[in-house]
Design a protein around this ligand. Structure first.
Ligand SMILES: Nc1ncnc2c1ncn2[C@@H]1O[C@H](COP(=O)(O)OP(=O)(O)OP(=O)(O)O)[C@@H](O)[C@H]1O
Ligand SMILES: [Mg+2]
Length: 366
């Protein structure tokens, strides 16, 4: 899949802009605070329905305006599709695919397939397990609408169980019913995530070795409910809920479940989450993103668009060149404040855009 064009109206610092992207590497070049990240954000918003930078949609509307709009046109094997997002200061945002309004965000998944990396994404490696879970869930939701709805069901049951615990009316009879549902849906999530991390690990190892020029070996492991299949995981989950029942009643909170899952990230024997060097953590985070690209390809036969924000300034020259080399096989949109000569020579064929005060212009290269 490739993104053919993006049209922005009153989005962030953009008034009216239309950008037509090339199918290979697209470089967005400009000084600080000109709108490079805003443009990548807009593309990603059309992919997953939410900004990678803020949960508050109102921030996306240009200051002083009542409404904002993004329209993305993509092309995949099935043809061409548009995704349009209308932002409103008063009402919730509205999303339309090919002009038809959608009622559930799940319908958006997979239309504009994109993988986004920014220095903020380093939290996937460094921060709390929640960020790694979110990483897994976003990737899995994009691959499968069934997973998206499964996760929604699980979170609803969990919220209801927690409400019940708080109400003080959590008798054994009632909890038995909720726990059976939680264990059943949770086990399906655990099984899906375990399978995902196993596949991800293979690709991540290859990507990390490539980016580090063979110097490092990366390994990922799912940390969640044990079980070779969903039934075994369900049994383990149910037993854990039973074991923690008294404590849950005491603290009015569900203390175990897939909402606690994590991914172990190791380079050699080193747990990169806690002990990795900055460079190892950066490379590992990028390797995860590149693995997502490959897994999406393995599943659908098409690569998503790769969105790389501010990534070059974060890497040493060898890893920069390796990343550029790798990016050539995808449609990549990459931002930078300047283009060093050695990077430009590594780019080969590419499209160059200048971003200045919320306007994007195509730069003709000599
Ligand atoms: N809702 C908004 N309305 C108007 N301007 C906004 C809005 N949100 C952000 N901006 C402005 O958009 C400008 C560009 O932001 P952006 O993050 O895209 O810059 P950038 O080109 O990526 O810069 P850097 O190189 O520093 O990362 C900033 O000056 C910011 O204040
Ligand atoms: Mg930026």
């Amino acid at each position: 899949m490739i993104v053919l064009s993006a049209e922005l109206n009153d989005y962030r610092n953009y008034g009216q802009t239309r950008v037509e992207f090339g199918g290979g590497i697209n470089v967005l070049c400009g000084d600080n605070a000109q709108g490079k990240t805003n443009l990548l954000e807009a593309v990603y918003l059309c992919s997953v329905g939410r900004s990678p930078r803020t949960p508050r949609d109102k921030e996306l509307i240009k200051k002083g305006c009542e409404r904002g709009r993004i329209k993305l046109t993509q092309e995949d094997r099935g043809g061409s599709n548009t995704v349009e997002i209308l932002l409103d200061r008063v009402e919730n945002k509205r999303v339309a695919i090919n002009g038809m309004p959608i009622t559930r965000m799940g319908e958006l998944m997979g239309v504009v397939a994109a993988v986004y990396f920014s220095p903020d994404e380093m939290r996937i490696i460094k921060d709390a397990p929640g960020d790694r879970r979110r990483f897994m869930d976003i990737a899995l939701c994009r691959m499968s609408k069934a997973y998206f709805y499964l996760l929604g069901r699980y979170n609803k049951i969990l919220a209801q169980r927690n409400r019940l615990l708080k109400s003080g009316k959590a008798t054994d009879d009632v909890l038995d019913v909720w726990d059976a549902q939680l264990a059943s849906e949770g086990a399906k999530i655990a099984k899906t995530r375990r399978g995902y991390v196993e596949r991800l690990s293979k690709y991540a190892k290859e990507a990390h070795e490539f980016l580090s020029d063979g110097k490092e070996s990366l390994c990922l492991e799912y940390e969640g409910f044990e079980g070779n299949d969903a039934q075994e995981a369900e049994k383990n989950f149910a037993a854990e809920l039973k074991k923690n029942r008294e404590r849950d009643r005491q603290f009015c909170f569900t203390s175990c479940g897939v909402q606690k899952d994590d991914i172990a990230v190791k380079v050699g024997e080193v747990d990169v989450r806690a002990y990795g060097s900055q460079g190892q953590q950066r490379t590992a985070a990028l390797s995860l993103k590149l693995s997502e690209m490959e897994m999406h390809y393995a599943q659908s036969g098409e690569y998503p668009a790769l969105l790389l924000d501010d990534v070059l300034s974060e890497l040493d020259p060898c890893r920069q060149r390796k990343l550029i080399e790798r990016s050539k096989k995808y449609q990549t949109i990459i931002t930078c404040t300047h283009l060093p000569a050695e990077i430009e020579s590594a780019l080969g064929e590419y499209s160059l855009f200048s971003v200045k005060s919320g306007t994007v212009t195509t730069v003709d290269k000599p």
